[in-house]
Design a protein around this ligand. Sequence first.
Ligand SMILES: Nc1ncnc2c1ncn2[C@@H]1O[C@H](COP(=O)(O)OP(=O)(O)OP(=O)(O)O)[C@@H](O)[C@H]1O
Length: 286
Amino acid sequence: MTPTVSASGLSLHFGRTRALDDVSLRLSPGVTGLLGPNGAGKTTLLRVLATAVPADRGAFTVLGHDPATSGGRQEVRRRLGYLPQTPGFHPDFSAFEFVDYVAILKELTDRTARHREVRRVLDEVGLGDVRGKRVKKLSGGMRQRVALAAALVGDPEFVVLDEPTVGLDPEQRMRFRELIARAGEGRTVLLSTHQTEDVAMLCHRVVVLADGAVRFDGTPAELTARAAGRVWSSAERDAGAKAGWRTGTGSFRNVGDPPAGADLLEPTLEDGYLLTLDGAGAEVTA
Ligand SMILES: Nc1ncnc2c1ncn2[C@@H]1O[C@H](COP(=O)(O)OP(=O)(O)OP(=O)(O)O)[C@@H](O)[C@H]1O
């Protein structure tokens, strides 16, 4: 299958900071999770792919369009939905006005068709009843759903979501997962998150970034399998553990190099992720 997004050798420096280091990836329909510690370069990668900032080196295409040319950039933006880490809401806009404003920027020029589309996406995220409410009066979870509606307006083929579930309570997070899963049906969604459960539950693929570089690119099951035979239980923290913590049962859960005869546990995606970061030379914290 031809990938929706094809990127090769993307690098970007901010002064002496190397935010992206030779990143190559291909994205296809479905939800791809982007995991990485703070400062790994996730937001920077998303901003480059959303054409908000150009890379220093490397290139990418979205559905064959090259954003390095002004015509190509316009084509990419027409096919793109972007939920940034801090959506810039005008606080006095209603939910409808905000999404309509984004729809205008996306060049949905026919007013009647545009308003129909704005109502459709607000209904899709469950905000049809409060579309006239000021954004500043909405809860944090509702505001995130307004931002998701803005990302989905115009039915883009490539959707970039930067930590959309941060700060949400478990019920809202579950609701958001449903919405993201639905958005990923037939569309290519790139989801940056710190929530390994989001990735385990939603994503067909996961990319791990550390120090601006890709450290893993594969399925969630493959990431989990990296920790097979490397998670064990013990009465005390084990010397061979890269990370270990006392669980609610009082025993330690260790991740790393187990001693002979260790009481092995079923690994999770988070275990595989922690071990991948350790291999990358990043600090493992748990
Ligand atoms: N506009 C900028 N100016 C200077 N440095 C920047 C800028 N944006 C990002 N950086 C630096 O680039 C690196 C990558 O940052 P980025 O925000 O992409 O990481 P991240 O993985 O999204 O982190 P987080 O999980 O904390 O959001 C960091 O060292 C950051 O300080």
